[in-house]
Design a protein around this ligand. Structure first.
Ligand SMILES: C[S@@+](CC[C@H](N)C(=O)[O-])C[C@H]1O[C@@H](n2cnc3c(N)ncnc32)[C@H](O)[C@@H]1O
Length: 221
């Protein structure tokens, strides 16, 4: 298990830098995340999600809103969440959902990669901007390794003011598409979103990045 530091009474904080602030506010944040429906958050890219039953990985799954919705649609869902307090919130709130929760983190997703699985959909909803430039480079390699041939990764990047106590970096859609291209991932969608919580100054980029090599069964001849 990754080392965790006791912070306040009863709260263990993750040693993953990008999770700064999440353990301490897990209950409030989970409430906020769950106040919006999966379909509302992702409606601009839902047509790019593979049909069920597909192998889905939700990285930085938070309260499990998206993992639970995707499991409910018949997908096989793994939810990776390094904040133990958010993971517990997710497991509690979505106890009835068939979600395989795992304590793992970008950039390496080492535990998942050791399992040797690959995925038709990797969702990184509101996660990428928690990584610095070096972490993003390593994380894109992990992403490419975890995607099955023909698989797609959906990323949303937050822009705007950084909440107190959180660790975020400025990252553009264009530089992320360039980095993806260097790892054999092609951009299928690049768009923008208003903030679903209408926070002042906050807006989003949304990307769909695909491994365009065909699954073996679909290869001609
Ligand atoms: C804004 S929340 C988004 C939660 C959820 N994906 C959603 O859309 O509601 C960001 C999430 O990223 C996770 N996170 C931060 N750094 C991470 C890292 N290095 N690897 C994986 N997840 C990370 C946090 O713990 C948190 O759950």
């Amino acid at each position: 298990m990754r080392a965790v530091k006791p912070k306040a009474a009863g709260i263990m904080t993750s040693s993953v830098a990008g999770t700064a602030g999440y353990d301490e506010q897990a209950k409030t944040l989970a409430e906020q995340y769950e106040s919006i429906e999966f379909e509302t958050v992702h409606r601009d890219v839902l047509h790019l999600f593979p049909p069920p039953p597909s192998r889905v990985l939700d990285v930085g799954a938070g309260s499990g809103r998206d993992a639970a919705a995707l499991a409910g649609r018949g997908h096989h869902v793994v939810a990776a969440e390094p904040s133990s307090e958010l993971r517990l919130e997710g497991q509690r709130r979505h106890a009835a959902a068939a979600i395989d929760w795992i304590d793992d983190s970008l950039p390496d997703l080492a535990r998942l990669r050791a399992r040797g699985e690959c995925f038709d959909l990797v969702l990184l909803s509101a996660v990428w901007m928690h990584l610095d430039a070096a972490e993003q480079r390593a994380a894109m390699a992990s992403l490419a390794a975890l995607l099955a041939p023909g698989g797609v990764a959906i990323l949303s990047l937050r822009h705007g003011p950084v909440p107190a106590g959180r660790r975020m970096f400025d990252v553009t859609a264009d530089e992320t598409v360039t980095l993806a291209g260097a790892h054999g991932l092609a951009c299928r969608h690049s768009g923008t979103r208003r903030d679903p919580h209408a926070r002042p100054g906050v807006n989003w980029s949304v990307l769909a990045l695909a491994r365009e090599d065909l699954p073996r069964k679909d290869l001609p001849g």
